[in-house]
Write a protein that binds this ligand. Sequence first.
Ligand code: HAM
Length: 459
Amino acid sequence: MDIQNVKGTHDVILDEANAYEYIENVMKAIAESYAFKQFRIPVIENSNLFQRSVGESSDIVRKEMYTFKDKGERLITLRPEFTAGIIRSFVNNKLYATKDLPVKAYYVGPVFRYERPQLGRYRQFNQFGIETIGTDNFYHDVEAIVLGYSILKSLGLENVKVKINTLGDLESRKNYKEALKTFFEPHLNNMCSDCKQRFALNPLRILDCKVEDDKKIIADAPKMTNYLSSESKNRFNKVITLLKEIGVDFEIDDTLVRGLDYYSQTVFEFHYSSSKGVDYGAIGAGGHYDSLVKEIGGPQLEGVGLSFGIERVYSVMADDGLTGFESAGLDIYVMPIGEAEQEIGFYLTSNLRQYGFSCEIDLSNSKIGSMLKKANRLQAHFAIIIGEEEIDSKKATIKNLKTQEQVKIDFDDLINYFDKAFQLNDDHHECHHDDECCCHKEKDVDGHHCCKHHKGENE
Ligand code: HAM
């Protein structure tokens, strides 16, 4: 029997992998331009980290975590999100002692949730996100939203809708939760079992219920705005005013409570209606947290963050025809005809690669015609043909696969030849022999997309 991938996981390969890399590079470049620095944290964490942060009332902790005992009987969880781990790292590394608060972290990598697999919902998926830790300043909430908004715009997504709400401060939430309890108690028998649990653990989460009959009851529930302290109201007004001034297109959604327990004050989600009208759910989301750092063992510091689901961002881009990525194509395809020729071919290939050309050798021992077809499939610029005659004369036959011109060049002179050929060739990308190689950056110094990953944008 074939071994299949685990349910809810997917392979990201070939062109799709190029697209993921492109998306992540755009996200990183923009985060870095906002002075965020990269954090790489473990995929596994002690389980109690998520119980303490994401919270016992969240679906994630109640039923979605991949948790197991390791051989030392420790309870370990595959991270279901990054924020908790980033804060743990901030606390463990005593970054709160730095003079330069807030600490601004960005991250990217896989996360794991045991959810029912469906469109836009995987059990292993990728997140890119940022956390600004050590600030209660509302400007940082706005900064996180603006950053998310500009990332999506830079990726070409024009119909971004930001939903935003406030959960207020602790006191406001306490009063609001009491009001919700009083309201929902008489309806509880007619509500779903999840809502019954939420009622006991965190009645705010009931507002997030997706069951149609429950939604009708929820429509009449008290509104958060009526329970906000005047400070929380003012803070939210400042956030909204600034967003309007900056030109972020948003709507206030007073049922937005988010599925994780650590939020306070501003919460937000990025939604997108693609040209195909498919709903993948929120493509990104985040919010402010006021006691997470303390909960994880650090001092009383606040923060704000946001995470994108790369799979969902990719899906809406694909629907809108924004994923026309192609691989860079090869510089040189080496074609030894026969086994003896393979040895010299392999040696030449190694040299060319060490010098920085992208180079592949055909070791199939097949006919020259089929080797040439493969060279074209790999979009090689040049083929090097090595047969008996070439070995005797110590000159390689070089075929320009665009113009079909052929020349003979001394083995020792190949690097020189290609160096000049690529300098003359306008089409060639600029990544070779350049100390400031831009392959891993979004755009090169002239503002062009590098390596032709992004079709049509180099013209
Ligand atoms: P979240 O809303 O749980 O927030 O996840 C963030 C994003 O991850 C979602 O908007 C969605 O795009 C994506 N996502 C969530 N679940 C799945 C899934 N099963 N399959 C595919 N994509 C998914 C957080 O994780 C918070 N840590 C965000 C944050 C950062 N808050 C403060 N800082």
